[in-house]
Design a protein around this ligand. Structure first.
Ligand code: CO8
Length: 375
């Protein structure tokens, strides 16, 4: 059987940043406006006033300090409260392709591979800009890659499932080099007017080059020792925005379910044990002592969630270096989170160091990738 390595990673970070202070100021201005508009109903007791958001709550509940976004002007305007991102015309490059090309160029340069060496492109993300043609095919075209491309979506686990799909294709000989990208524009699917979740997400794109081991030449290589994916149906994280959207009964005003919705407390309680048990079992099945893992690159949704999983897997409080968090800088970037953590916190590991990339989220979905540094 062929062996597969990750030979390069790339991260495109949008230049615009929204701090918690800016976010809360905009949200509170919006809430005040709404309360003024509905003052009569509020004083008649037929409507609840909107409560203010707070920086202290956001940091304490999530560990998030700021987020990068593709457009902050709309999000911070209390009369808009969503990013000003227009739909691209048919003859323009798509916004997801633009982000993916930037991340891919970095990953390909690190891997030392040119476009003609790449045999396939997988665009794995939580939301896609259009139904078809596949975003992956547009990225393939923009980079001058031959072969084939396809999109896939497993919400927050899109990237780890994408790595498993790529590794399986390389092992079975479909191609010997795959570019897997994760352009996540979470700001477009977040209800910025909802106090319970307005702080959760940010935008980013990650890219990973996977190669058949004997072909890889880059200075830093992580061999994929084993992958494991699990899905278990749950409505606790849901977005109903599908192709039947326009057939909703006319006159329906509330479109809240056409964006990200979650029962955060339930997600927290239910997902943590599934993930920690799966990591421990996966390691055991592969003869890896989980307490000896040198690093865990976890999905970046919530710091307490990660601290809990880290403690359960390692059997002690993980050092910051053992379980790097990036959500203070990026917030939750869906499937890209664990890949940012890996891309920014793996070069320092010595050869033979072992680690696990682990994602979890809507579906529910959990994806593990056990890796070992081999160069
Ligand atoms: N400011 C001040 N107070 C607040 C705020 C706020 N912004 N929001 C809520 N509160 C209050 C509440 O009203 C509540 O008050 P009370 O106790 O009086 O009722 C109190 O704070 C506690 O509220 P919560 O119970 O909601 O707070 P938690 O401590 O549970 O924290 C979290 C909320 C942070 C959401 C937490 O539950 C969590 O992180 N859960 C896990 C979430 C998770 O991992 N989700 C995965 C989703 S991502 C994914 O799978 C990809 C989907 C696709 C993505 C992209 C598109 C956008």
């Amino acid at each position: 059987m062929q062996h597969v390595v990750i030979s390069g990673t790339g991260v495109f970070t949008p230049p615009e940043v929204i701090t918690n202070a800016e976010l809360v100021e905009a949200f509170n201005a919006y809430a005040d406006k709404q309360n003024a508009i509905h003052a009569d109903e509020i004083s008649a007791g037929t409507r609840e006033p909107m409560a203010h958001s707070s920086e202290e709550f956001i940091f304490k509940a999530s560990g998030i300090e700021r987020r990068h976004v593709m457009d902050k002007s709309g999000v911070l305007d209390p009369d808009v409260m969503h990013p000003n991102l227009r739909q691209r015309d048919d003859d323009e490059q798509g916004i997801m392709t633009e982000m993916a090309v930037a991340a891919a160029r970095e990953a390909m340069e690190k891997a030392g591979v040119s476009a003609d060496q790449v045999g396939a492109v997988i665009c794995a993300a939580s939301n896609h800009e259009r139904a078809y043609p596949a975003i992956a095919i547009e990225i393939q075209d923009a980079l001058g890659i031959a072969g084939f491309g396809f999109d896939m979506n497993v919400a927050c686990s899109s990237a780890t499932f994408g790595i498993q799909a790529a590794a399986d294709m390389i092992r079975s000989g479909s191609t010997d080099c795959i570019l897997m990208v994760n352009p996540e524009i979470c700001s477009g699917h977040l209800e910025w007017r909802d106090r319970d979740c307005h702080f959760i997400f940010g935008d980013v794109c990650t890219a990973v080059v996977l190669q058949e081991k004997s072909r890889a030449t880059s200075q830093t290589q992580f061999e994929i020792l084993s992958t494991r994916c699990l899905t278990q149906f749950s409505n606790n994280i849901r977005n109903n925005n599908g192709f039947l959207r326009r057939s909703r009964p006319s006159g329906v005003q509330d479109q809240r379910d056409m964006q990200f919705m979650q029962n955060g407390r339930q997600v927290f309680k239910q997902v943590v044990p599934i993930v920690s048990d799966m990591v421990v079992q996966h390691c055991a099945d592969e003869g890896v002592d989980p307490t000896k893992l040198d690093r865990m690159w976890l999905h970046q949704a919530n710091k307490s969630m990660n601290d809990f999983i880290g403690r359960k897997v390692l059997g002690r409080v993980p050092e910051l270096t053992e379980q790097p968090n990036i959500l203070q800088e990026y917030a939750n970037t869906s499937s890209a989170g664990s890949i940012i953590a890996f891309a920014q916190n793996s070069d320092d590991l010595p050869v033979n160091a072992m680690g696990i990339i682990c994602s979890f989220g809507a579906g529910y979905s959990v994806g593990n990738v056990i890796v070992k540094r081999v160069a």
